[in-house]
Ligand binder design. Structure first.
Ligand code: PA5
Length: 449
């Protein structure tokens, strides 16, 4: 069976293979620290073994709730932000049909998201959209105190209760939160909602393989067993017994850190399939929040090619040379579409007539890689055989373990996020939250008010 592959040949004009291989011992030490919980942030390493320790009972419980919602909701609203949003969004987008949003007579509920922003228009329009539909709500917050999802939940709870009454709402609201603490836990217990727990030792951005990701993905009709199987296979490939040269996550972590040392401070995640757009968004959170601290870290950016070759392509080819690219390539498309022959050939495209469209996409990919490497942009290439649950599971785990190793190479704690608090305290001060009076005074002075 084929698995995810990494190819770092196209970084070798910039960083030698020996330089990458010199990380062998260090990556082995870091994998050991991740498994034996001896490194920084070692109380947040529950995600390392998730694919292999999840029980049949836990999977069945998720599947059972997903099935029950299928019977009663055309739309399920998933409320959450950051790690309580991006994993589910990434996987559902990767596996859904591009136009499935508009599909009538759906077999599974349409999954939409709320609380991932504070836009009044977004939430107004969502409520309007739900108006004449049967719907249910899954609210996800590990801390149970995050402002954006808490506000969205107020709005959605009110809408469910208005439509279905208090009792009906209890059957249509599910909470995923901390096992013990937090406002959401208290509320869920008080209202009698079905709850799923987020393990204490799994941080938000590493939680996609807990109910945080698995329940929304199952509700959308995707096979979470296959997803977990893919993740488990990747865990085996990258675990404590794996050889550096056979471990794609170690090679990835080593290669990107070697490039960072040459001044490549931005990594651009590239896809050639729009379904992977949100996978890159998930990856950006994973790597940005894990590594961007202590004035260090590679800035994670992303582009969708070939669309963005017509916007960002110029910069990547000729702009400041502090970037490298990581391409996620899908070997085989799920569908076949042949370019038609045209007798008049006015567009002069008959030279590619009767070829599958994917062949042109692959030549665009190869041509771009070669051009960017020639222009001074090193390229890491990650290939999965197909876009399905199994290989998306491999990608998720690959990036997670790669992030743990890479964060340790950078010598930061990849499992905390102290920096995300700064905007919150300003926002609370500006909104006049009780207990923030001093900060409110200071910020108003700063603004000259
Ligand atoms: O990775 C993280 O820890 C964060 O992005 C959180 O997931 C995000 O802030 C949401 O937090 P919570 O689930 O507590 O509402």
């Amino acid at each position: 069976m084929e698995n995810l592959k990494i190819n770092i040949e196209k970084i070798q004009d910039f960083v030698s293979r020996t330089t990458v291989d010199n990380y062998k011992k260090e990556t082995e030490r870091h994998i050991d620290a991740l498994y034996n919980k001896t490194g920084k942030g070692n109380d947040f390493l529950g995600w390392v073994n998730l694919p292999s320790v999840i029980t049949e009972k836990e999977i069945k419980d998720i599947e059972k709730i997903a099935k029950s919602l299928k019977g009663k909701a055309e739309v399920v609203v998933i409320i959450g932000i950051g790690g309580s949003y991006l994993g589910a969004k990434a996987v559902i987008e990767a596996l859904s049909g591009n136009f499935s949003f508009f599909k009538k007579d759906r077999e599974y509920p349409l999954v939409v998201f709320a609380g991932q922003n504070l836009s009044e228009d977004y939430h107004y329009e969502l409520l309007e959209f739900l108006n004449n539909k049967e719907f249910a709500v899954v609210v996800i917050s590990k801390s149970g105190t995050t402002t954006e999802p808490a506000i969205a939940f107020r709005l959605l709870k009110q809408a469910v209760e208005k439509k279905y009454g208090k009792d009906g709402a209890t059957e249509r609201i599910i909470a995923i939160t901390d096992a013990q603490k937090g406002a959401l836990k208290q509320l869920a217990d008080k209202e009698g909602y079905k709850t799923f727990e987020i393990p204490d030792d799994v941080g938000g951005r590493y939680s996609v393989l807990t109910p945080v990701g698995l329940l929304p993905i199952a509700i959308a009709g995707f096979n979470i067993r296959e997803l977990l199987e893919g993740a488990k296979t990747m865990q085996k490939i990258t675990d404590i017994n794996s050889e550096f040269s056979e471990n794609p996550a170690s090679i990835y972590a080593a290669a990107r850190n070697a490039l960072y040392k040459t001044g490549r401070t931005t990594e651009i995640m590239v896809n050639y399939n729009p379904k992977l757009h949100y996978l890159a968004e998930w990856w950006k959170q994973l790597y940005g929040e894990s590594e961007g601290k202590e004035k260090k870290g590679i800035f994670p950016a992303s582009v969708d090619f070939t669309s963005d070759l017509h916007s960002m392509g110029q910069y990547i080819q000729e702009g400041i040379r502090n970037i490298f690219e990581t391409v996620i390539s899908v070997k085989e498309p799920n569908n076949t579409l042949i370019i038609p022959k045209d007798i008049k050939d006015l567009d002069k495209l008959n030279f590619i007539a009767e070829k599958p469209l994917d062949e042109v996409n692959k030549m665009a990919e190869l041509g771009t890689i070669l051009a960017h490497v020639d222009g001074g942009v090193p390229n890491i290439h990650i290939e999965i055989p197909k876009l399905n649950e199994f290989y998306v599971g491999q990608l998720l785990y690959f990036f997670e373990i790669g992030c743990g190793i890479s964060g340790y190479i950078l010598d930061v704690n990849p499992f905390d996020q102290p920096g995300v608090e700064a905007y919150k305290s300003n926002m609370f001060a500006l909104l006049g939250k009780p207990g923030h009076e001093e900060a409110t005074q200071k910020i108003l002075e700063k603004l000259g008010k």
